[in-house]
Design a protein around this ligand. Structure first.
Ligand code: PLP
Length: 367
């Protein structure tokens, strides 16, 4: 169904391409890239983003769950897709859509091997994930022996990559911890290489790993937030281009008198006559409640209009007393990375959550 919503997210595919090449150029020639397009490509739009990156020559896509991979396949994406949090109950779907599971435990490995055997699969590509310190998904180092015994002579599956994930790649205060993770992973890889005689791809770095840890680039890097314009500090972010701009329009303007309360629960009372604009974006769209009561703002004709009172589910109220504007005028929620970072700080979160919280009902357009 076509989306007629007036609040829209403009996505710059040329900025996306710039960011992809900027990050790829930080790796040595021949290093492969996996573009992470999970969670609707971080709240933006996965299909056009994946199509654009596929044309730029990305080697792999990464999604979190099967459905996300299926959506890409149904829209014609041919590049291999790694399902980072593959579920045992979805193995049949993965096979059907030519998606490659992350196998991260002895349990998932045994389940997948049994499934592959039952379905007479041959050399089905799988990826092994190792825990090097994040303590999230992954085999522990002491499980490597048993793992090797299970896979060594198995013809139903084929290990195409081995990977790990860094806990604090963006934080140079944790350099010692990260270097330890890298060396733990290196020793796992050494054992794997000695036992598995065929070639497999090794990968560990997310965006910040690409920026901070060249010794963790290995054969492939996994690019997420950087593609969408955010580095690990303001300096790196400045070298990336802004991909997403969120815009809306003024639905109504009203004047309130001194003593009138504004929005739900009388959280704000006007101290003088004020002009209030109502904008069709709310907390259900990702404009989070901590941005209410004057903490957050939108931009109208280049001027900041701060929120007035509580954020509602479908709309916000902003103070436009000193802004020359009328109903129907354009409203910019954000059109640069700094504003997103600022909103993230106000909401005690990170840019990732501000982007992924952008609701699906917001219209996506491409420039
Ligand atoms: C989400 C994710 C990434 C991407 O991380 P960014 O910090 O967004 O670059 C990479 N690897 C794994 C395993 C992930 O879950």
């Amino acid at each position: 169904m076509e989306n007629h919503h007036v609040t829209k997210l403009e996505i710059s595919l040329s900025a996306l391409k710039h960011n992809y090449h900027y990050l790829k150029n930080k790796t040595k020639p021949g290093t492969k890239t996996l573009a992470v397009v999970k969670a609707f490509a971080y709240g933006l739009e996965p299909v056009n983003i994946a199509k654009t990156l596929e044309k730029e020559g990305v080697d792999y896509f990464g999604v979190a769950y099967a459905d996300e991979g299926i959506k890409l396949r149904e829209n014609g994406i041919k590049t291999p897709i790694l399902v980072l949090h593959a579920q045992v109950s979805n193995y049949d779907l993965l096979i059907k859509h030519n998606l490659e599971p992350n196998i991260y435990s002895l349990y998932t490995l045994k389940q997948f091997i049994a499934f592959a055997k039952e379905n007479h699969l041959e050399d089905y590509p799988i990826h092994l994930k190792f825990n090097s310190g994040l303590n999230r998904l992954g085999f522990n180092i002491d499980e490597v022996e048993e793992l090797i015994q299970l896979v060594q002579h198995n013809k139903n599956i084929k290990i195409v990559s081995a990977f790990s994930h860094i806990a604090a790649s963006e934080d140079l205060n944790e350099k010692e911890f990260t270097e330890k993770q890298i060396s733990t992973f290196n020793s796992i890889i050494t054992v794997l290489r000695s036992k598995l005689k065929h070639h497999f791809v090794v990968h560990m770095s997310n965006t910040s790993g690409v920026i901070n840890y060249p010794n963790a680039h290995f054969d492939m890097v996994r690019l997420g937030i950087g593609l969408y314009g955010f580095g690990n500090d303001t300096e790196e972010t400045a070298k990336l281009k802004n991909v997403a701009s969120l815009k809306s329009v003024i639905s109504q303007i009203r004047t309130v008198k001194k003593g009138d309360s504004i929005s739900y629960n009388m959280a704000f009372t006007a101290q003088k006559e004020e002009k209030i604009a109502i904008i069709p974006i709310g907390h259900a769209d990702g404009f989070s409640r901590p941005l209410g009561c004057g903490n957050g703002y939108v931009t109208i004709h280049g001027q900041k209009a701060y929120t007035s009172g509580n954020i509602c589910m479908d709309m916000i109220l902003v103070n436009v007393t000193n802004i020359d504007c009328k109903e129907g005028d354009e409203v910019v929620i954000f059109n640069n990375q700094q504003t997103v970072e600022e909103f993230a700080t106000i909401c005690h979160t990170i840019s990732y959550e501000i982007l992924t919280a952008i609701s699906q009902r917001i219209k996506k357009t491409f420039i």
